[in-house]
Ligand binder design. Structure first.
Ligand SMILES: [Zn+2]
Length: 287
């Protein structure tokens, strides 16, 4: 005899109803976030042994953070599509029990100013040799982003690498001689030539190069898919491969690369998303 459809639905739903006895919470349960924003998700409950979640095709890395608690940080890319998206958060308990909850993230369009610039077209010309150099440098960075080291090195709050104010904001849209350029994916911090530049958190120096656009550049790998970048330095301090602690001097501010004056261009990248580094400070303070 054929069983009614409800019987099969019961079979499918049964494991979930057992797991639902596992008491845990995720905060926030729903949230609005701007393009380029950073969100910290906290999962708490008794007997949790693991948490996983994805935002689109990006894995959110969760790590044990104190008693009965897991912390995950999510980066929303500068050009993430606006609108609501659901994050399915899966938690495992002892004995392999598993249950899930939904966090709704409503991505809001960032308000990014526009700047019109006129430059001598000769200044802007890129010949074949230079084009090849730029491509090599971009490929070198792309290889870095493709290999996130699993071990988390960062702890606690990120700190500003220099004390200076922002002179060019994150997301600034530059239009040069009437042609839109790629958006400004970092912040420019005003800083005198030769001022010390500090590591924003613990991390390994995975890139220390003199690049055409970004000049003397350092990339710190904080582990678990989180990187910060420090561009236009006058001098390096930290060696490649070295482990920098938060606040350690990694270099000296300058105006190397394609710039018009001394400043620190500071960037952050989280799980493949280009995020506002100042938001990284906010999202990790008091966590
Ligand atoms: Zn910049």
């Amino acid at each position: 005899m054929r069983k009614p459809l409800a019987f099969y639905l019961f079979l499918f739903s049964a494991p979930t109803s057992v797991a639902a006895q596992m008491a845990w919470t995720v905060t926030p349960g729903s949230v609005e976030i701007l393009q380029g924003g950073v969100l910290a998700l906290r999962v708490s409950g008794d007997g949790l042994v693991g948490v996983r979640a994805r935002f689109g095709n990006r894995e959110i890395v969760f790590f044990a953070d104190g008693n009965r608690s897991y912390l995950g940080v999510l980066g929303v890319d500068l050009e993430e599509k606006p609108g609501p998206q659901d994050i399915v958060v899966r938690a495992w308990g002892e004995g392999g029990r598993k249950s899930e909850k939904i966090v709704t993230v409503d991505v809001k369009r960032g308000i990014f100013p526009e700047e019109q610039l006129s430059v001598d077209p000769a200044f802007d010309r890129i010949d074949e040799a230079l084009r090849q150099r730029i491509e090599r440098e971009q490929a070198q960075l792309a290889r870095l982003w493709a290999t996130a080291s699993p071990l988390r090195l960062w702890q606690g709050s990120f700190v500003p690498p220099v004390p200076g104010r922002v002179t060019a904001p994150f997301g600034l849209r530059r239009v040069v001689n009437g042609i839109p350029r790629s958006p400004h994916v970092g912040v420019d911090l005003k800083v005198p030539l030769g001022a010390p530049v500090a590591a924003s958190n613990h991390g390994r120096v995975v890139l220390r190069e003199d690049f055409f656009f970004s000049g003397k550049s350092i990339v710190l790998d904080h582990g678990a898919g989180l990187y910060t970048m420090y561009y236009h330095l006058s001098e390096f301090q930290a060696e490649k491969g070295a482990l920098a602690r938060r606040g350690d001097i990694i270099g000296w501010a300058g105006m190397t690369g394609r710039v018009t004056g001394p400043h620190l261009h500071w960037r952050a990248r989280l799980n493949g998303a280009r995020v506002e580094p100042l938001e990284l400070i906010k999202a990790t303070s008091d966590k």
